[in-house]
Ligand binder design. Structure first.
Ligand code: ADP
Ligand code: MG
Length: 236
């Protein structure tokens, strides 16, 4: 028990540190990217170096994507476990996801009633959800719809996230959450690893159903807050 406690204290320190680093590093990455874009447009670049700018910008984007998979909502402060209303959490997530969906030509249909309450850290939960929804949007090439709905069932809060995207076969399904497992040219293979870890720490479960060419559905279950008082002391 003791060593477990120490481990969770260490995790706490690490994740706070990561949050501050993400916070501080994002800006210089963006500034550097802007400068490179300006330089790229100048006409006096030796022909052999033209490619270097594109490479440099791509690598900066890669760094930003990795930070995004881990720390979209991270705040450099103590992480608290609170009673969360799922509708509030999804409101924030929606604000971030709708522009992304519009950009890719996808649609979002959300039906999350108020007063579905679970225990957790708001930033972490939103990170877990956004990594799933982002995958859905990325799987949809062009038009398509991501449907999100939630309800309470037998002392659990259940969330469904279903897309009409490319789908996955069995071989891919069983590797979800494996670090660095990606099928995208610009993927990190870290999104679902982060998501699985967060859901596990919140004492939830996640299952994927998918059919190639039809779409994918994730189903997440959390203990409803009023049945989960023990959780209140756990840090994630
Ligand atoms: P990344 O998105 O960086 O590739 P993830 O861990 O988020 O890493 O996802 C791993 C892989 O799982 C993706 O590359 C993709 O092949 C597959 N995947 C995840 N979600 C979906 C989905 N909704 N539809 C189709 N494939 C998916
Ligand atoms: Mg992803």
């Amino acid at each position: 028990y003791n060593s477990q406690l120490q481990r969770s204290e260490k995790m706490e320190i690490i994740s706070q540190l990561a949050a501050s680093v993400a916070h501080e590093v994002r800006n210089p990455l963006q500034v550097t990217r802007g400068m490179l874009q300006i330089l790229e447009k100048r006409h006096d670049i030796p022909p052999k170096s033209e490619n270097f700018y594109k490479l440099a910008i791509d690598e900066l984007d890669r760094a930003s994507t990795i930070i995004t998979d881990f720390l979209t909502f991270a705040k450099p402060q103590m992480e608290q476990v609170n009673e969360l209303d799922l509708a509030d959490e999804f409101k924030h997530v929606e604000g971030l996801i709708v522009p992304l969906a519009n950009l890719q030509g996808g649609r979002l249909e959300m039906s999350v009633p108020r007063s579905l309450r679970i225990m957790g850290n708001s930033s972490k939960l939103k990170q877990a959800l956004i990594n799933i929804i982002k995958n859905s949007i990325e799987a949809m090439e062009g038009s398509g719809v991501v449907k999100i709905w939630a309800y309470e069932e037998r002392e659990q809060v259940v969330i469904h996230i279903a897309d009409s995207g490319a789908g996955m076969d069995e071989r891919i399904l069983e590797r979800l959450g494996e670090p660095y497992f990606t099928n995208k040219t610009k993927g990190t293979g870290l999104g679902l690893m982060v998501t699985f870890r967060i859901i596990e720490v919140m004492q939830g479960t996640i299952k994927f159903k998918s059919q190639k060419g039809v779409g994918t559905e994730a189903m997440i279950r959390f203990p409803a807050a009023r049945y989960n008082e023990t959780n209140a002391e756990v840090t994630i």
